[in-house]
Design a protein around this ligand. Structure first.
Ligand code: 5AD
Ligand code: SF4
Length: 351
């Protein structure tokens, strides 16, 4: 990103004028339509385990929090995958904390069974795992891996993810690409301590990593986490601190569409959580082209408590599906039927 581009991105991030911002939304929406079309890819999210060995300061399933833990069996996961296939979703996303109980073999079996019985694309989002198991999972059929870097600010990263280093994460992202995975990453917007410049760096990094998927959600304070309780201690002085608002999240979505024109960008649940009723539509009208309905069984969904008030958390799978179809129809967008890989994305028009 040249200095000028960077300046422009910073200016957009700080822009307050509504009519100027309308230009940004329009530009992002046009690029989205021209480069990836009107199809909205549907990915079924299955939160397979809330065990985690990490202690990220912001996260409600951190190891140090005393909560009820669960791990779904492979038959339960397969049941969700079948439901995803019935509803016409092209992908399942298996998401969990960094759970050693999800061994190489357990995950490999899940992936094999899902591929054999449903043929769906499989995305894994299981945190930092070792090179051998990542290779095995790809070999047995996992197509994509989602590993958010959360922030490109090395010091902030270290503070909010104790015991973790950004360089390890970036190294792993490159390894995943070499192994042949389609690659997803992303950030939280408005982390206490996050500066405007670092969000610029995040957007530049999305482009440098040539990501296939970029997930962008607001930071949501979880009252039972260190960062949720003590946000003020990490926060920068007001003019330097990026706010965790829907507006800023949308700006980052739109700018990401401009720098990564063919990436798959979800309208995230975190955004829908802080903008109930309009978050998904707003994201879909300023660059996003993916929706990830939550197919986790209800009893587990409430235990996957990464942040409070998760949008859609109370709705049944069918209710979420109805709502999704209604929203897409209202926006003249097409529900995706296939796997929706970036490689085979072709602009399709609702015409
Ligand atoms: N606010 C927003 N997103 C969060 N995540 C975890 N905790 C929070 C929070 N408090 C997201 C992170 C992480 C995933 C597990 O959930 O982006 O990648
Ligand atoms: Fe675990 Fe991920 Fe939460 Fe960190 S953000 S505690 S790695 S689930």
């Amino acid at each position: 990103m040249s200095e000028l581009d960077r300046r422009e991105i910073l200016d957009w991030l700080r822009e307050k004028g509504e009519s100027r911002l309308d230009l940004l939304w329009q530009r992002a929406d046009t690029v989205r339509r021209e480069r990836v079309g009107d199809v909205v890819h549907l990915r079924a999210l299955i939160e397979v385990s809330n065990h985690c060995r990490r202690n990220c300061l912001y996260c409600g399933i951190r190891a140090g929090r005393r909560i009820q833990r669960y791990r779904m069996s492979d038959s339960e996961v397969l049941g969700c995958a079948r439901q995803a296939a019935r509803l016409g979703y092209g992908t399942v996303v298996l998401q969990a904390g960094e759970d050693d109980g999800l061994s190489t073999e357990v995950v490999a079996l899940m992936v094999r069974r899902i591929k054999a019985e449903t043929g769906l694309a499989v995305t894994l989002s299981l945190g930092e795992r070792n090179a051998d198991e990542l290779a095995v999972w790809h070999k047995v059929g996992a197509d994509r891996y989602l590993l958010k870097h959360e922030t490109s600010d090395v010091r902030l990263y270290r503070r909010i993810r104790p015991g973790c280093e950004l360089t390890d994460r970036l190294h792993l992202l490159r390894l995943l690409r070499e192994l042949g995975y389609e690659l997803g990453s992303g950030i939280m917007v408005g982390i206490p301590g996050q500066s405007w410049e670092s969000v610029c760096d995040d957007i530049a990094l999305f482009r440098d990593l040539d990501l296939d998927m970029v997930g962008i959600g607001p930071f949501i304070a979880h009252p039972d986490t260190p960062l949720g309780r003590n946000a003020h201690r990490l926060a920068l002085v007001a003019e330097k601190q990026v706010p965790a608002t829907d507006l800023l999240t949308l700006k980052v979505v739109a700018l990401t569409r401009l720098v990564c024109p063919t990436a798959n960008i979800p309208a995230t649940t975190a955004l829908a959580t802080i903008s109930p009723g309009s978050g998904r539509q707003s994201a879909l009208s300023c660059g996003a082209n993916v929706w990830m309905p939550d197919l986790t069984p209800q009893e587990y969904r409430q235990l996957y408590d990464i942040y409070p008030g998760k949008a859609g958390g109370q709705l049944t799978v069918e209710e979420q599906h109805e709502r999704l179809l209604e929203v897409l129809e209202g926006m003249s967008r097409i529900p995706g039927a296939g796997p929706g890989s970036r490689r085979d994305s072709r602009p399709a028009s609702a015409g």
